[in-house]
Design a binder for this molecule. Structure first.
Ligand code: USQ
Length: 401
């Protein structure tokens, strides 16, 4: 299959491009390197040393004999996307080219607008480019489990049957996202569903949980293929942060009561899910939603798992409850469904194993590269500006009033 991976230099995009290439698909990566630029803005970098994309691609070509093509540009640039679609004629497009951090979107007004403009405009551009140049192509869009929020009923896969005043209908599941980032994904979902309806496009919206892990079958082949590992307060997920904290003897930063529960998935399962989605396209006009996670844990359970795993490696780790910088329910019901990808053949991996072969081992190996100053949370949902993370540095004198 001819597959475009939008955002193919990122944490999920790079291993996906490698996996699909290894499976014999023809791959074009599209990336504008915005994720690497945000590290410069935030004064942080991946814990793991990552090569520039050109070196990654060349290394893979030399190892596997398989070519990955590259187009450098933004999904938000319509003329560029039009050229890409005309030139490559994709059968599937995997869309990861979005800003993906909830704390980033909550820094201040500019970051909220940047996140929503980038994500919503990019996806709309893509939908128009598909309609104009590749109407039969299958869009595989990365959504998030966070679109659903924390409802007090079971979470279905995209749609729910509602009975009201003697009538019933199958309707999109009600969404209660918890950040301006998560909201951008909800808006995307609505736009995609609408485009399928009016233009007959086909799309799979994968509502993915928190992804963890560093290695895949391809990445282990050469250090120059290594994936990124974020642990800072803005892009690092709780699990990555706990592993890094355990590696340096820092108390694990559980926000609030720690009952906040999320779905989780190993990056090795993510890449399998994408391939399963690609080889099972919906029919024209169909908008398909699948929940992409394999297990769910509360933040406190995660901290306990990391503590126990660290103890097996001879490290004593403490858990510290810190005031929650987010506005979220800290103790709630959580029962999301995830049968669709399992029915397509997904063979899940489990965190109990991945902690040792793809998380804690990596955190310990690269702990000397860690910047301790990016560990403490600095973005509070209640503040309309968070100066410690906003655009605080000016060239020359700082303007004063
Ligand atoms: N948390 C802590 N301690 C920390 C960091 C976070 O307790 O040091 C808590 C947060 O308060 C939250 C939970 O951990 O309740 C999850 O936060 P997270 O940063 O691990 O993940 P989240 O913000 O939910 O976002 C991540 C990805 C995002 C993806 C989402 C999937 O960054 O791209 O969409 O996971 S989901 O969580 O299902 O919405």
């Amino acid at each position: 299959m001819r597959i475009i991976v939008l955002g193919g230099d990122g944490y999920c995009g790079w291993p996906t491009a490698l996996h699909l290439s290894d499976r014999g698909h023809e791959i074009l990566i599209v990336d504008d390197f915005s994720r690497r630029r945000i590290d410069y803005e935030l004064g942080t970098e991946s814990l793991t040393p990552i090569e520039i994309l050109h070196t990654r691609i060349k290394t893979w070509q030399n190892l596997s004999g398989r070519r990955i093509q590259l187009a450098v540009g933004s999904v938000n640039d319509y003329e560029f996307m039009a050229d890409v679609m005309r030139g490559f004629a994709p059968e599937s497009i995997v869309h990861y080219a979005e800003l993906r951090s909830a704390p980033y979107s909550m820094i201040d007004r500019q970051h909220a607008i940047q996140t929503q403009l980038h994500n919503i405009e990019g996806t709309l551009n893509l939908l128009y480019a598909m309609k104009e140049f590749a109407g039969d192509c299958h869009l595989i869009k990365l959504g998030t489990m966070g679109e659903y929020g924390q409802p007090n009923i079971d979470i279905e896969e995209g749609f729910i049957e509602v009975h009201h005043n003697g009538r019933s209908d199958i309707l999109p599941y009600p969404m209660q996202p918890g950040s301006f980032y998560h909201l951008s994904k909800v808006h995307d979902s609505q736009n995609i569903m609408f485009a399928c309806k009016i233009w007959g496009l086909r799309a799979t919206d994968l509502h993915q949980g928190v992804v963890y892990g560093t290695i895949t079958d391809q990445i282990v082949l050469d250090d120059r293929l290594l994936n990124r590992f974020d642990y800072d307060d803005v892009y690092g997920t709780a699990l990555n942060r706990f592993c890094v904290q355990a590696a340096i003897g820092h108390p694990l930063t559980v926000y609030g009561k720690g009952g906040q529960t999320r779905g989780f998935i190993d990056i090795r399962d993510t890449v399998s899910c994408i391939e399963l989605a690609a080889i099972h396209p919906p029919r024209p006009g169909q908008y398909l939603v699948m929940n992409q996670f394999t297990e769910h844990f509360s933040v406190m359970e995660l901290a306990q798992k990391v503590t126990e795993a660290a103890a097996k490696l001879g490290r004593v780790v403490e858990i510290e409850k810190v005031p929650n910088p987010r506005v979220e329910t800290e103790d709630h019901y959580y029962n999301p469904k995830n049968t669709k990808l399992l029915d397509l053949g997904l063979q899940p991996r489990y965190l109990s194993q991945s902690l040792f072969d793809s998380l804690l081992n990596i955190a310990v190996k690269y702990r000397d590269r860690l910047k301790p100053e990016v560990i403490a949370p600095k973005v509070n949902w209640r503040n309309v500006t968070n100066p410690e993370r906003g655009h605080q540095f000016f060239i020359g004198a700082k303007p004063e009033r």
